[in-house]
Write a protein of this length. Structure first.
Length: 211
């Protein structure tokens, strides 16, 4: 028998076998594999072929919008670079085997902080790397700051002590971890200062939360 991937150039004749490894050359896509057989009398058959989808490329998966801090709930759209099944989690666990993993169908509404992990698997089972995006959703009543920070001393470690002033006139000072808390009279506000260009307040009527 002889094998070909174009029906023109053929492999050297070899003993008949019901299966045989065959390396396809060229790019991914629909391909054909041709074969010819020789009878016991020495006559070669015409060529026959079968089709295969050659796919050696794993998909890529991306999220829009990407992770970050948002002041309102977000719809997160997941996109694969080729037709794929996308699995995801919102708790940071591995979407390949987590019990919380879900199959993506439509944009995901995120109303609270979430750690998105997603993988895409294409039609032949090739799997993307794991996409990881963190979302911080700051919702609730926003409290204005008057002048943001009016006193910051840098000698404290690991975080500077910063005095925060609200429009109500109340002030609070960060601790050495960078957290500050206003009393419940204003709605409890608890935030970490130092990792953003200016303080952003989160109003948590039900209690405090370390970000
Ligand atoms: Ca592929």
């Amino acid at each position: 028998m002889m094998i070909s991937d174009n029906g023109v150039g053929w492999s050297p004749p070899e003993p008949y076998a019901t299966s045989r490894p065959w390396t396809l050359s060229g790019n991914d896509g629909p391909r054909r594999v041709f074969a010819r057989y020789r009878s016991g009398l020495g006559f070669w058959s015409g060529s026959c072929f079968d089709s295969i989808l050659l796919d050696t490329t794993a998909p890529r998966v991306s999220a829009s919008p990407t992770g970050g801090t948002y002041m309102e709930a977000q719809y997160i759209a997941l996109t694969a670079s080729e037709p794929s099944t996308i699995r995801y989690t919102l708790d940071g666990s591995d979407p390949a085997n987590s019990p919380t993993a879900q199959t993506y169908g439509a944009p995901i509404l995120i109303t609270t902080d979430a750690k998105l992990s997603a993988i895409a698997t294409d039609a032949v089972g090739l799997r993307s790397g794991t996409l990881a995006e963190s979302y911080e959703i700051c919702t609730g009543t926003s409290l204005g700051l008057s002048g943001y920070v009016f006193d910051a001393t840098r000698q404290n470690s690991p975080m500077p002590l910063v005095v925060i002033s609200l429009e109500t006139g109340q002030t609070a000072t960060t601790n050495t971890s960078g957290y500050y808390t206003f009393p419940p009279a204003t709605g409890l506000v608890h935030h970490r200062f130092g990792d953003r260009p200016h303080a952003r307040l989160r109003h948590l009527p039900g209690g405090s939360q370390a970000l």
